[in-house]
Write a protein that binds this ligand. Structure first.
Ligand code: 8YV
Length: 327
């Protein structure tokens, strides 16, 4: 459809949602598996009213200014939107949308699967068989950790953190948590107000906080030293919440026993990174929300946010609604 509204989708997306957008705007899709370069992004945003953004796009004031005065809405395909400079958007009266809720259970399922797989060394055991090292049954080989009866420390007790906690309780874990917010209900989990205390007593530590200035490198050298030498660190939040070099060192010094990461800093992690040579590390390619159903819902919600925004209505899921004045 030819309108004067232009929308950019920065990666390939579900055709059904591209078609929905096409009914109200001229849509450009950067239809490749890989992210656009900075130069490509700058060129593609020119004159856009809406940007359908992904985690790989840094959308800052520079990009917003290049897009120009038509830009009304930037909609993130995801709940975390640390790649969008929200302050820059608010200063320019541009709404920022995201997709909370629809990915909570899928991400929690995945995070708990990662906790279990780290406990029982599944990735390592698979590599052991594939590489032909499995010669016979050995009663003392590949021994893991029990989930039941152990303590899970959750950092960030929002929607996803709570859903992971429910799964953990059902599996017989004791759940403790650290959060800056005030949860209305913690269904038998124990709040710990001191992060160091949580790190000291947890057998598993799982990160579920957003990436902010405060949470960048939340887990670094000191935190790893405090953790139990037998403990497991699981990160399905954002890579930079963990200091990658400190983690490599901490694993080498046996400060903790295992790390399982769905997110890394940088992302992707370079193929020659020392972490990839360690058996007691699992690294996954940022797939916590990656199910057909959930990614479709995220795409639909992102398009809902864009359609509202380009038509001058606040997106249904707007993170800076209080800063927007479209009178
Ligand atoms: C997305 C995510 O896959 O929602 C989030 O915050 O990390 C993932 O669900 C990612 O943001 C893709 O843009």
């Amino acid at each position: 459809m030819s309108t004067n509204l232009k929308v950019l989708i920065t990666r390939r997306q579900f055709q059904e949602q591209i078609n929905r957008l096409g009914e109200v705007a001229d849509v450009t899709v950067l239809d490749r598996p890989e992210p656009p370069t900075r130069a490509e992004l700058k060129k593609a945003v020119l004159g856009c009213s809406g940007i359908f953004a992904h985690i790989t796009d840094l959308v800052n004031g520079e990009i917003m200014d290049i897009a120009g005065k038509n830009l009304k809405v930037i909609a993130e395909f995801g709940v975390g939107y640390d790649n969008i400079k929200v302050e820059d958007a608010s200063e320019r009266n541009i709404a920022v949308g995201n997709t909370p809720g629809v990915l909570t259970e899928t991400t929690a399922d995945f995070a708990f699967a990662v906790i279990q797989s780290a406990a029982r060394r599944l990735a390592e055991s698979d590599r052991f068989v594939r590489s032909g090292q499995w010669k016979w049954f050995d009663p003392l080989d590949l021994l893991g950790l029990d989930i039941n009866g152990s303590t899970l420390g959750i950092i960030g007790f929002g929607r996803i953190g709570k859903s992971v906690a429910k799964r953990a309780l059902a599996s017989g874990m004791n759940v403790i948590y650290f959060t800056r917010s005030t949860p209305d209900d913690d269904f038998g989990c124990k709040r710990i107000n001191d992060l160091e205390e949580l790190l000291k007593i947890s057998d598993f530590v799982s990160l579920h906080c957003p990436l902010t200035d405060e949470t960048k490198n939340l887990i670094g050298t000191r935190e790893l030293e405090i953790m139990k030498p037998t403990s497991v660190l699981v990160n399905t939040s954002r890579g930079p919440t963990v200091d990658t070099n400190a983690l490599s060192d901490g694993l080498l010094k046996k400060e903790i026993s295992y790390a399982a990461l769905d997110v890394t800093d940088p992302e992707p992690i370079p193929a020659d990174h020392p972490l990839l040579r360690m058996e007691n590390v699992t690294i996954l390619p940022h797939i916590a929300s990656a199910t057909v159903g959930t990614r479709k819902k995220m795409s639909e919600m992102t398009v809902d946010n864009i359609i509202a925004g380009i038509q001058g209505k606040l997106p249904p899921h707007c993170v800076n609604a209080e800063d927007i004045n479209w009178e």
